[in-house]
Design a protein around this ligand. Structure first.
Ligand code: AMP
Length: 285
């Protein structure tokens, strides 16, 4: 496995693989890797001849009061996990090689990026769509792998790829969870033992929503009210949103139609967590 910090050299290495007839898969990450990230690399390994992981804590997707400076950086163990998962190349750029001091171009997706996470984290998705565009330009992948964990993000990337004619197929991979249901996240390591226990309530609320959608004829608003009830009652959880939306447009659902997704964001202590679950309204369809 090659570890390469230079964008130019990474581009050259990927080009060489392409010229040798290999298909290229790209897995963008911010490091502090866990089994969720590994599942993306393993999927890419199965489907592509040349697998590129990227590890870059992208400053432009963090707000001024967010956790950029304390975001976990665990490069040595990350590289080991990439190697074990079968990556061929890991791109590990420095901020200075990704952003020239005078850079002035931003890629912005409009409506999809303005709601939910976009509303709570102004500018976040501009940072994401811009850095992903740059990573696509550097690694020229045939396929790129994203987690359903960041549901809104993968929708935005899909929209961007379509709007800008990026010749890449976006693959969304399932959420990998801890045994109590908590979605794996690099930020889970911020949680104290007590907060870690409470954090399990998020996925419980989502499972409840999934069950209510499947087994009752409650309306989406009633199901989201049930999620909110479950979470509001937990001390130490500061709920930011718990909604049921159209799984393509992210508009709030008024009727039990599909695609549908339940999305939650909450602060557990000072740690902000997000999670989601696809819903099926079996009784109604
Ligand atoms: P991050 O390093 O948090 O930017 O995440 C990099 C990629 O891994 C994103 O596409 C995430 O959606 C994905 N990812 C993060 N957590 C999980 C998880 N628990 N299961 C599956 N994919 C995940």
């Amino acid at each position: 496995m090659i570890v390469e910090p230079s964008p130019t050299e990474t581009h050259r290495l990927v080009r060489a693989a392409r010229c040798a007839g290999k298909s290229v898969g790209c897995v963008p990450t911010m490091g502090a890797l866990h089994a969720g990230h590994v599942s993306l690399i393993e999927r890419a390994r199965k489907e592509c001849d040349f697998v590129v992981g990227t590890i870059f804590v992208n400053p432009t997707q963090f707000g001024p009061n967010e956790d950029f400076s304390k975001y976990p950086r665990t490069l040595e163990s990350d590289l080991e996990m990439c190697r074990e998962a079968g990556a061929d190349l890991v791109f590990t750029p420095q901020t200075s090689s990704m952003y020239a001091p005078l850079a002035q171009t931003i890629v912005r997706v409009d409506r999809l990026a303005s709601v939910l996470e976009g509303a709570h984290r102004p500018g976040h998705f501009d940072g994401v769509s811009t850095v992903v565009t740059k990573l696509f330009n550097i690694t020229e992948p045939d396929r790129a792998y994203f987690g359903q964990k960041d549901f809104q993000q993968q929708l935005i990337i899909r929209q961007m790829v379509e709007d800008l004619n990026h010749p890449v197929e976006i693959i969304t991979c399932p959420i990998i969870r801890e045994s109590d249901g908590l979605a794996m996240s690099s930020r889970n390591r911020y949680l104290s033992p007590d907060e870690r226990q409470r954090a399990g309530r998020l996925s419980q609320a989502l499972r409840k929503a999934k069950q209510l959608a499947q087994e009752t004829s409650l309306a989406p608003a009633e199901i989201s009210a049930a999620m909110i009830d479950m979470l509001r009652s937990v001390e130490g959880i500061d709920l930011q949103y718990a909604v049921i939306t159209n799984g393509r447009t992210l508009e709030l659902l008024t009727e039990p139609t599909e695609p549908a997704v339940a999305l939650i964001a909450a602060k557990v202590g000072t740690t902000r967590l997000i999670d989601n679950e696809i819903l099926h309204f079996s009784l109604r369809q």
